[in-house]
Design a protein around this ligand. Structure first.
Ligand code: PFF
Length: 457
């Protein structure tokens, strides 16, 4: 087979891919979402299920996505069309690409709103308003902030514009440059906050909360699995599209492990930074989406050099969110460029504006529409979901695992063994292990977790 090339360019090195994929994976999911859903779902057992899902479902599916992307060298929609026809399978597989495009679009709509919170916290921390503040003071500053729709809208707008600019500039000039330096810095600052958490006198309690398993519900298992997909950017084509820019010689196995390891390390560090502060200040672990905004400023308000560290921390969090956001719309942008002949700039603007509009629903969920809630069928019968909760739940816990399930089925069952072996191009034992996981373990695990969450088993 002649080697295919992507019309959008290629990563300049293996490291560039790892950094970009890590940039996509490490984001608000690790630092904002992981701690708050861990808090809401009781800690230890939830973390354990999440780690198992990363190892047994996430890594194999990540390898499958990169492999499919590199083989197709197109946007996920067109990659699925091409590979399905090459393997003699139905063209219906393009639906998988489409579901990913819709999921990415919906995720970005609320992701941008939360990234806006982080942006505003760069300035709030910088103004010194948290210096010496009490836990109550910090909490009420946050509550006042999210009850102001205009502020949230302004930050959401700024973040969407930033995202459109990078995506418009394309693979090498935009995406790659944005990630190279910033990820290691974020890691370093996170370590500093963990260092502060060690001085609170509640570090051990934080660790116990994170790592001592207790009972767990079927809904919580679904959320842990959904989060494994969300945090690794799987099930919607983001990693597939990045794989399509990957040079032929790169080892997919090594790249997937590197990305998963870095991502998990950041999430666990975030947990170790936040829970000791929660317990030291008598806060509620289940405080919800505001958790990091109610805890971290306490640390920054009390530590030596806290203003500088806090400003840098939130700034890097914004960058981490930014490098994830660009990957959320890259599949859609690549599709418009390929099929509609649109310039990248226009494609980015169209999609950006549409995403921005949907995001207004999430802006309002925290204030004007706060009491517009409903329950979702099958799950959490006693919980009320608002617009934001619904989007978050349906994308992370339904669409991404479903996308991942179909990716596993396609790569493991429908693709000829020879095709996947050739594209994976890895050690024989690694290929065999991957194939077993992607054919049996990952799909069955997703199905069982789905069935358990709707109380069918
Ligand atoms: N992985 C990102 C995070 O943890 O913040 C979010 C994300 C990016 C999800 C890209 C899905 C995706 F395709």
């Amino acid at each position: 087979m002649n080697e295919r090339k992507s019309i959008h360019g290629q990563w300049s090195s293996k490291l560039a891919f790892i950094l970009a994929a890590t940039g996509s994976a490490v984001g608000l999911g690790n630092i904002w979402k992981f701690p708050y859903i861990t808090g809401e779902n009781g800690g230890g057992a939830f973390v354990l299920v999440y780690l198992l899902c990363i190892a047994l479902i996430g890594i194999p599916i990540m390898m499958a996505e990169v492999m499919l992307g590199r083989r197709g060298r197109r946007s996920p929609i067109n990659t699925m069309a091409l590979l399905a026809s090459e393997e003699g399978k139905s063209n219906g597989w393009v639906a998988l690409g489409w579901m990913g495009v819709v999921a990415g679009f919906l995720i970005l709509s609320y992701y941008s709103v939360i990234a806006g919170w982080a942006m505003s916290y760069v300035f709030r921390t910088g103004s010194g308003m948290f210096v010496g503040a009490t836990a109550d003071g910090v909490s009420s500053i946050f509550t006042d902030f999210i009850s102001d729709p205009e502020k949230l809208l302004a930050w959401h707008t700024i973040f969407m514009v930033m995202t459109m600019i990078v995506v418009a500039r394309g693979v090498k000039n935009g995406l790659e440059k944005a990630v190279t330096l910033l990820m290691p810095l974020l890691f370093g600052l996170l370590l500093l906050v963990v260092g502060y958490a060690m001085t609170t006198g509640h570090f051990q309690q934080g660790l116990d909360f994170l790592f001592t398993p207790g009972p767990i519900t079927g809904d919580a298992v679904l959320i842990a699995m959904g989060h494994a997909f969300f945090t690794l950017s799987l099930g919607m084509g983001a990693i597939m599209v990045y794989g399509s820019y990957l040079p032929k010689s790169t080892s997919i196995t090594q790249a997937a492990f590197a990305v998963a390891l870095a991502d998990t390390a950041v999430a666990l560090l975030a947990g170790m930074a936040i829970f000791p502060i929660v317990f030291a200040n008598g806060l509620e672990p289940g405080a919800g989406p505001g958790l990091i905004f109610k805890t971290l400023p306490i640390a920054f308000g009390h530590m030596e050099g806290g203003i500088l560290i806090g400003v840098s921390f939130f700034l890097l969090l914004v960058f981490a969110a930014w490098t994830s956001a660009i990957s959320l719309i890259e599949p859609a942008v690549a599709y418009l460029v390929e099929n509609r002949g649109m310039k990248r700039v226009y494609a980015s603007v169209w999609i950006g504006v549409a995403t921005w509009l949907v995001g207004i629903g999430s802006v309002l969920s925290f204030n004007v529409w706060a009491d517009k809630t409903w329950s979702l069928p099958f799950i959490f019968e006693n919980k009320n979901f608002n617009f934001f909760d619904t989007l978050d739940y349906m994308t992370a816990n339904v669409m991404l695992p479903l996308g991942g399930l179909f990716i596993a089925i396609f790569a493991g069952w429908l693709m000829r063994e020879q095709s996947s072996r050739e594209e994976m191009n890895t050690w024989s034992w690694a290929y065999k292990a991957w194939r077993f996981l992607v054919r049996f373990v990952a799909p069955l695990a997703v199905i069982i977790v789905f069935l358990k969450a709707v109380d069918a088993i």
